[in-house]
Design a protein around this ligand. Structure first.
Ligand code: CU
Length: 241
């Protein structure tokens, strides 16, 4: 098929906006690759599109969040986990996320549920926003799609959902309520994890995304294109265990 030069230029200009998203491929436990987790231990969405509507249950575990996956990743309390993200080609370590998608990476945990997680059941266990002059998502791209976090060593053994989100702020200067093609882009993904060992700590922040993520939260509505001193990710403080 032939395109005129101007059509091709228009297509090239538009493509990054519609296709530069990301989804989760798999999990590393203490550096050990647990393999392709899509629809195995990850409740994988059907596309790599973002969620923008904070009132939708999809903001919790994405569009397939209420469909349990068949397996669990096993991880000892205190382990270092990393969740690996990709754009379209998981085998290509350079195809992670368009670097326009500057923003935070935030990780939450809840007791296991077969439901979609749209309840006050979540606690934050890790967050990274803008530190040492760089956004968390940009560091994640440089680290081949992986961002490390630690499970609390005191975490009680049992089955959990762990939700990690890439929170891309490249269009977060305008509120989704004002323009539903803009606003922050959340890429949430929920992993089924069975924690072994550990202690007695039960995460108890009871955070509910549909109530706790709001249209006037400066962690969600933030202009990355003007100079700023500090960025604070949305949600509760990190649960220490
Ligand atoms: Cu995108």
């Amino acid at each position: 098929m032939l395109f005129s030069t101007s059509t091709l230029a228009a297509l090239l200009a538009f493509t990054p906006l519609i296709s530069a998203h990301a989804t989760m491929f798999g999990v590393f436990v203490n550096g050990q690759d647990q393999g392709d987790g899509r629809n195995k231990y990850i409740r994988s969405p059907k596309t790599n599109d973002p969620v923008r509507d904070l009132q939708s249950p999809d903001i919790v575990c994405n569009t397939n969040g209420g469909t349990p996956a068949p397996d669990f990743v096993s991880a000892p309390a205190g382990a270092t986990l990393s969740f690996r993200w990709f754009h379209f080609r998981p085998e290509d370590p350079t195809d992670i996320l368009d670097p326009s998608h500057k923003g935070a990476i935030i990780t939450y945990i809840a007791p296991f549920t077969e439901g979609n997680g749209a309840q006050p059941i979540w606690s934050k266990i890790a967050e990274e926003g803008f530190e040492n002059g760089e956004w968390a998502t940009i560091k994640m791209i440089a680290n081949k799609g992986r961002a490390d976090f630690k499970l609390p060593a005191s975490l009680a053994a049992g089955k959990y959902l762990i939700r990690q989100e890439l929170l891309a702020l490249h269009m977060a200067d305008i509120n989704f309520k004002v323009d539903n093609t803009r606003g922050p882009e959340s890429y949430p993904s929920c992993v089924q994890v069975e924690v072994t060992g550990g202690g007695e700590a039960v995460p108890d922040q009871d955070f509910d995304f549909n109530r706790g993520y709001t249209y006037d939260d400066p962690g969600l509505f933030f202009n990355i294109y003007v100079p700023f001193d500090k960025y604070t990710p949305p949600g509760p403080p990190v649960f220490q265990g």
